[in-house]
Design a protein around this ligand. Structure first.
Ligand code: KG4
Ligand code: ZN
Length: 362
């Protein structure tokens, strides 16, 4: 068990019940390039000094991320993004203690840009290199030092929902994670993005559907929920059901989407979020753990945030809802993992490579 208490720039690190006093200013440069956002952040003793994210607009026209275009854009963005992160944090490269980067999972071409950059800079500056699992980072973003964002106590459950993952994870310690359930096919973010594509909206579809859903009736249309194990998810059937529903309605009325867009979005959102909430309830019942966090891009969703928060009153759970800027891909979350690994001297050699497939418990 690792426990940490921060007091100004002095930390007391409790490792195997031995308290180690660290009096040092730790500056981490973190780099995230797993998909279509190039991001760099500077953290000082677990606090975010800067978190720069360059979104790649180019994919919008294609309704999804084009891997070759993503890696090319990362190459163009990475140097200016890192420079901006240093500038905004008001530090220079020689102040850095270590460089953390996303090792995986993600798109290989995109990961390689961040990995190569981090390796060369760490070597040039002669400072440690720290490889970070992107999915662990989404979860551990809850440990970024932020006023009025309490950190979840161990053990807690985390619903990890992004464009590539949908999992319920039990977190027993910073680096002790167990997947209790996951999707058998599409991720929940994909369900949002594919539904948006069917409706002729842009990419990423999640925020667009979320926004349109605000003015719609969530009970206007009904979609069948998948029949899978209590902690498993399946979203590909829902996507097909939405596609057939829209085709049928359009055959009756070619303007169906235009005339009912808000109601369609609200109904899709309500179905998806109800599935997510039901699964969390199953996990609470199985484990008895009532400290519940959400993480990943879809945790930016207004309805899941609202409905999870409501359970504090209705079910006496404690909800941990991440700060909005730490939901979708960002380097600050990579930085917090880098910081915790730095405190326990977990560094990586310069021969390390990216891994496009990496589970949360690896
Ligand atoms: O974590 P993330 O930035 O990247 C991955 O690691 O995949 O998640 C991206 C996903 C996309 O599918 C996007 O549509 C979804 O998060 N997303 C949302 C919202 N904001 C982003 N989904 C629903 N509601 C939102 N407000
Ligand atoms: Zn992500």
């Amino acid at each position: 068990m690792i426990c940490l208490f921060l007091l100004f720039t002095t930390q007391n690190l409790c490792l195997n019940n031995n308290f180690i006093r660290i009096e040092k200013s730790i500056y981490i440069l973190a780099i995230e390039s797993s998909c279509d956002d190039t991001s760099a952040a500077i953290l000082h003793n677990g606090k975010v000094l800067s978190n720069v994210v360059a979104n790649q607009e180019i994919h919008s026209a294609y309704g999804g991320v084009v891997p070759e275009l993503a890696s090319r854009a990362h190459q163009q963005n990475i140097v200016p993004v890192v420079q901006q992160a240093l500038q905004r944090a008001n530090i220079v490269k020689k102040d850095l203690s270590a460089i953390a980067f996303t090792k995986g999972p993600g798109l290989m071409g995109s990961l390689l840009v961040g990995t190569s950059f981090a390796k060369s800079l760490a070597q040039a500056l002669q400072i440690p290199l720290i490889a970070v699992n992107h999915m662990q980072a989404h979860i551990l973003a809850h440990f970024i030092e932020e006023d009025s964002y309490p950190k979840p106590p161990f053990p807690f459950l985390c619903l990890t929902i992004s464009g590539g993952h949908t999992e319920i994870v039990k977190i027993s310690d910073y680096f002790e994670m167990e997947i209790l359930g996951s999707t058998l096919d599409d991720a929940v973010g994909e369900a949002y993005d594919k539904s948006a594509k069917i409706l002729g909206l842009g990419y990423p579809g999640g925020p667009l559907i979320d926004k349109l859903a605000q003015s719609g009736n969530p009970k206007a249309y009904q979609f069948t929920k998948p029949k899978v194990g209590p902690l498993d998810f399946s979203f590909s059937g829902l996507k097909t059901a939405i596609l057939y529903f829209i085709r049928k309605k359009q055959a009756e009325n070619p303007d169906f989407i235009k005339e009912n867009l808000a109601d369609i979005c609200a109904s899709i959102q309500h179905t998806i979020v109800t599935i997510l909430m039901d699964k969390i309830a199953n996990a609470v019942e199985q484990t008895g753990i009532t400290h519940i966090a959400i993480a990943g891009g879809v945790s930016a969703n207004s309805e899941i945030r609202k409905r999870l928060k409501e359970t504090e009153k209705t079910k006496k759970w404690t909800a941990y809802i991440p700060k909005f800027e730490y939901t979708t891909d960002n380097a600050a979350m990579i930085g917090i993992v880098g910081y915790y690994k730095y405190l326990i001297d977990t560094f990586d050699p310069n021969t390390i490579t990216a891994s496009s497939r990496l589970k949360v418990d690896e």
